[in-house]
Design a protein around this ligand. Structure first.
Ligand SMILES: [Zn+2]
Length: 64
């Protein structure tokens, strides 16, 4: 599988990621240290690979 270079994971420990929680559909935040994402609602942890596989066709929208 292609590796994903996260352009945001340089400084901030948490970066808002434009992905939805696979459990509850809440907003996922990327936890750059572990390359994981955490849901702000149910606090589930997902690996970035897991999320990308599930939502690989979703393109991040610009933040309003
Ligand atoms: Zn959730």
């Amino acid at each position: 599988m292609a590796e994903f270079e996260n352009p945001y994971a340089t400084n901030d420990p948490f970066v808002e990621a434009h992905f939805d929680c696979l459990n509850c559909g809440g907003k996922l935040w990327e936890y750059a240290i572990q390359r994981q994402m955490v849901c702000e609602d149910c606090r589930s942890l997902f690996s970035t690979e897991e999320v990308f596989e599930a939502q690989s066709t979703e393109t991040a929208e610009a933040t309003a």
